[in-house]
Design a protein around this ligand. Structure first.
Ligand code: SF4
Length: 721
């Protein structure tokens, strides 16, 4: 390849915002990255993470060949050797103990790749295990469950119509730094700034004065985990003051009176003490939401990763429904992605949980998986059905799941472990075989997940920037070969055997005879696009490197509804029962000091700490403590404090700041890169501490199985010695 510059365009795969990048390519290297100014959705926006897109691909610690563990050390081997080792490790366990003896864990980056979107479901089906775990149960599962009950599908998630709303209430989210989650909105800060410029307002409710809160019209501190009280106070006020107005949705909503009955117990005066927001301000929020021409309530991680996560997520939507803001421009709306079709008619089977239960703790299945909070139980508790083999795909649960110290120890007891991952990290160091996929510059990209959550309908496909490394392997091929192995087809069976079968099935389902595209994922995408809502094709997207704008979000009720009644079922019985439990919690004593997480612009969970540009500068992994608490606990700024919870303890450097409210301390998550056997040189030089040493695997949101990652009771004292 010559050294002349060329320009390549591609979607950034590093977070949910789906920004367009413009890459300058010199020879076989990306030499500059900037935002694609002509991109139909991101209009040139790029954040510091996106700017390091090429550095991640070029990371010298990134694995490019498979690794096999021999005598406790990982060594590079050929792909054939690696797959043979997978076959000889997995098959005997499946044959001797059955498919339940294998567990799978899927990390968050799976939703950022085409392979993840297309091949994970067939892989899980081929495995046939009910021991499926994912990052969803330390993150957003409550939203899936609440939407499942409300709209009949856990994937029918309404997003705030950011570009048209007049009033936005944000709870437990920091999109100024995260750029949004469960709401794909490139340049979220710019969209919030535009909201204010056009005369709108946004209010942030958060136990921490985040960067989003700093830019808001108003910030209200709230006690961690108590947003359900605040939201019920708003719902109570809407009913009491006659402010409910369902508008166009009136004939499509059932259960309004049931919600009215539940809300009676939660007057603002009754909940103010529990949540820490004054009764008059709660009433004021209800009045503002009702009076605004359009309004949207948006709740995210801080509303999900708490004991009443599903109830809180549900209440977010209840307020949107009661104020007439569901499914209308400027409110919250359902995107329609180009690879999906509208439902032929409203209604469906609805949503349920508990189709099976976990072996040890009896926790119900949710959306086909079990809570990751019980993964260690399933591995380290002997008995029939014990997990003996483990497959991870793009996950690092040793850093990202509760009581991670116990999980770390449990993984040592496995008979076999295989990981699809580009890094030898805190989790994959336990793997017998590591299968690293090609880096992002060498594969195509289409956001199967995030285009269903975009605040404006659009579609974009990015072709690979460089040809595949001849010694590397595409993730579709890796997953296909794993599927073939667990299905008993033998480690030597070529991936194309599965690709061909999957394509034939997709073509038949779509009533098509052929598909275009250079790779297996591209051909499946082409089929989905051609049978999708807008009749696009892969060629259409290839011809539009800056994306195809499909217009502002359109109303989709009742078509989007998959409930048995074909209505928005506002008060499903499990939620009503959970409201009764919340009522009992009103009188609980304060838990004392509690720990919450926090998000930084230059970090995304555990997977960007090996890029020098993203970890340089001052240590960000600090324990934020309010000055009044620091005084009381004799903690000095810059000194170290020992933090202890029911399950563990750690020592972290104290940062005294009034950004957190009294009674609350904050640590970011995804850190703790100081374990032996890891190959992450940059991260190891900036290890930080693992906040999940403190999170408790026994405390979960019962409806979703989501771990409680915010509001962890802790004791804090100065570190001795
Ligand atoms: S906001 Fe997200 S998608 Fe956009 S450049 Fe940053 S990491 Fe990439």
């Amino acid at each position: 390849m010559g050294d002349a510059n060329r320009t390549a365009y591609r979607t950034c795969p590093l977070c949910e915002a789906a920004c367009g990048l413009e890459l300058t390519v010199t020879g076989d290297a990306v030499t500059a990255v900037r935002g694609d100014r002509d991109h139909v959705f991101s209009h040139g926006f790029v954040c510091p993470k996106g700017a390091t897109f090429a550095l991640l691909s070029d990371d010298p610690d990134r694995l490019r060949r498979p690794m096999l563990k021999r005598n406790g050390r990982h060594e590079e081997v050929s792909w054939d050797e690696a797959f043979a080792a997978v076959e000889s490790g997995l098959r005997p366990i499946i044959e001797a103990y059955g498919s339940q003896a294998v567990a799978a864990y899927l990390g968050n980056p799976n939703v950022h790749t085409m392979a993840g979107g297309l091949y994970i479901t067939p892989l899980l089906k081929a495995l046939g295990t009910r021991n499926v775990f994912s990052a969803s149960t330390v993150d957003q599962m409550p939203k899936h469950v609440s939407c499942g009950y409300l709209y009949g599908s856990p994937f029918a998630i309404p997003v705030p119509d950011l570009d048209r709303t007049d009033f936005l209430l944000i709870l437990g989210a920091n999109p100024w730094e995260s750029n949004g989650s469960l709401a794909t909105a490139a340049d979220f800060p710019g969209r919030l700034t535009a909201l204010r410029k056009r005369g709108g307002r946004f209010v942030v409710v958060d136990p921490r004065r985040t960067r989003t809160a700093e830019h808001a019209d108003e910030h209200l501190f709230i006690r961690p985990g108590t947003d359900a009280f605040l939201l019920f106070g708003i719902v109570h006020t809407l009913f009491e003051e006659g402010l409910t107005e369902l508008g166009r949705l009136t004939p499509y909503v059932s259960g309004v009176d049931d919600v009215r009955g539940l809300a009676a117990a939660f007057s603002p005066e009754r909940v103010a003490g529990a949540c820490g927001v004054g009764a008059e301000r709660i009433r004021g929020l209800a009045r503002e939401l009702a009076a605004a021409p359009t309004a949207a309530v948006y709740g995210r991680i801080g509303t999900c990763t708490v004991e009443f996560g599903t109830l809180t997520s549900w209440l977010v939507d209840v307020v949107n429904v009661l104020t007439g803001n569901l499914d209308r421009p400027g409110g919250v709306m359902f995107p329609l992605a180009a690879h999906l079709r509208p439902n032929p008619k409203p209604g469906g089977k609805g949503f349920t949980t508990g189709r099976w239960h976990s072996r040890v703790r009896g926790l119900p299945e949710v959306k086909g998986e079990l809570p990751v909070a019980t993964l260690a139980d399933e591995i380290d508790t002997p008995g029939e059905g014990q997990v003996r083999a483990f497959l991870t795909v793009a996950g690092n649960p040793v850093l990202s799941t509760p009581n991670s110290g116990r999980l770390d120890r449990a993984l040592d007891g496995l008979d076999f472990m295989v990981s699809v991952d580009p890094y030898l990290n805190e989790t994959t160091r336990h793997a017998d075989v590591i299968l690293p996929p090609l880096d992002a510059t060498r594969k195509g990209h289409y956001d199967f997940s995030f285009l269903t959550l975009a605040v404006r309908n659009f579609a974009a496909y990015s072709p690979p920037v460089f040809p595949a490394d001849p010694g590397g392997m595409d993730e579709c091929d890796i997953l296909a070969r794993l599927i073939l192995i667990v299905s008993g087809h033998g480690a030597g069976t070529p991936a194309s055997a599965l690709h061909d079968r999957m394509l034939a099935g997709a073509l038949q389902k779509a009533g098509l005879t052929e598909a275009s595209g250079d790779g297996p994922a591209e051909r499946l995408l082409d089929v989905a696009l051609r049978s999708g809502a807008y009749g696009l094709s892969l060629d259409d997207l290839i011809a539009a490197p800056h994306g195809v704008d499909l217009g502002p979000l359109q109303p989709r009720v009742p078509e989007v509804l998959r409930t048995p009644s074909g209505m928005v079922e506002l008060c499903a019985p499990p939620l009503a029962a959970e409201a009764a439990r919340l009522r009992e919690a009103l009188d609980r004593p304060s838990p004392g000091m509690v720990l919450i997480g926090r998000r930084h612009l230059r970090s995304n969970n555990s997977w960007m700490h090996n890029v020098p540009a993203l970890v340089k500068g001052r240590d960000r992994c600090t324990l934020q403590v309010h000055p009044a608490d620091a005084d009381r606990l004799t903690l000095a700024d810059g000194a170290r404090a020992e933090v202890t919870s029911r399950v563990g303890s750690l020592a972290a450097r104290v940062e005294v700041t009034d950004r957190v409210m009294p009674g609350v301390v904050s640590l970011p998550h995804g850190w703790g890169h100081d374990l032996p056997g890891v190959r992450l040189a940059v991260a190891a030089a900036h290890p930080g501490v693992n906040s999940n040493v403190l999170t408790d695997e026994l405390v979960i949101d019962p409806l979703s199985g989501n771990s409680v990652m915010n509001g962890i009771p802790v004791e804090i004292k100065p570190e001795v010695g």
